[in-house]
Design a protein around this ligand. Structure first.
Ligand code: SF4
Length: 271
């Protein structure tokens, strides 16, 4: 069975590669897709549904929207589209937007608190719908921008994982679009006539200025070096730990030996 378009073929290959490399979806999985109605989440559920129909393994999908409660959020378009396409769907209406306003002062950046609150709701819903995996629509650009943000502003060398087991080991979060670029996700959502819905959050667009800066930087460099994004995503999967300065990765030989002998690090410092 051929894919619908060349773009769908390209995206399907990239998502299949991610699924195989990171063991993202397995036989019998029930995958809950976080569906905000943005281009990325639409691209994600559409391609997973395409792959589901062709896959040699059996897995099911359920789309879930967490409504933060902002006025004007067109969740009706999301539920209608899911119904038309035969996708199992659930929406959870919350007061996350109001809660953020109450907790944070007007100058604080709400996105990390928002993400934590939404993640909590997603975990609860995953249990309620019996999901074995939670799929999120982060794409290649999100991975490399997060790497740069942590590098430039947080003093930490980290991006995000394609597969993450939650702290309480009860949930597995997967990011099948890790090799799909933002522009591919945008084009695919449009090509598939999926209604792109804004989150209606007042912070959307003008907050997270550092992320916008990182995005611009990559775009500028890409003009001179078209392969730069591919190089960066490869780098995240090709870490030379001995060429870093983290002493936890490269302990001194004496410390390494002592640790292997079961001596507590503090005792070594005292001797
Ligand atoms: S822009 Fe708004 S909805 Fe998006 S993460 Fe930030 S606070 Fe949450």
């Amino acid at each position: 069975m051929a894919y619908a378009t060349p773009l769908e073929t390209r995206i399907a290959k990239k998502v299949t590669r991610a699924i195989a490399e990171y063991g993202l979806i397995e036989e019998g999985d029930r995958v809950m897709v976080g569906l905000s109605g943005g281009k990325d989440s639409w691209a994600l559920i559409n391609i997973l549904d395409v792959l589901r129909r062709r896959a040699p393994i059996r897995f099911s999908l359920v789309a879930v929207t967490v409504d933060s409660g902002y006025d004007g959020y067109r969740h009706d378009l999301i539920s209608q589209t899911c119904e038309q396409r035969g996708w199992e769907y659930r929406i959870e209406h919350t007061g996350i937007g109001e809660a953020i306003e109450d907790i944070l002062d007007a100058t604080a950046t709400p996105c990390s608190l928002c993400a934590r609150l939404r993640r909590g709701v997603l975990y609860r819903l995953a249990t309620e719908v019996g999901a074995t995996k939670i799929a999120l629509g982060h794409h290649l650009d999100d991975f490399i921008e997060t790497l740069l943000l942590n590098l430039f502003f947080a003093g930490s060398l980290k991006a995000m994982p394609a597969r993450l087991v939650s702290d309480n080991a009860q949930h597995v979060v997967i990011r099948p679009l890790v090799y799909v670029t933002e522009s591919e996700a945008r084009l695919y959502a449009r090509e598939q006539a999926l209604p792109i819905v804004g989150c209606c959050c007042p912070a959307c667009g003008d907050l997270s200025l550092q992320r916008q800066r990182a995005k611009r930087l990559v775009a500028e460099l890409e003009v001179e070096h078209p392969e730069i994004k591919n190089s960066m995503i490869r780098a995240i999967g090709n870490v030379a730990t001995r060429h870093l300065l983290d002493k936890r990765l490269n302990p001194l030989p004496e410390l390494r030996e002592a640790l292997a002998d079961g001596v507590a690090p503090l005792r070594l410092l005292r001797t």
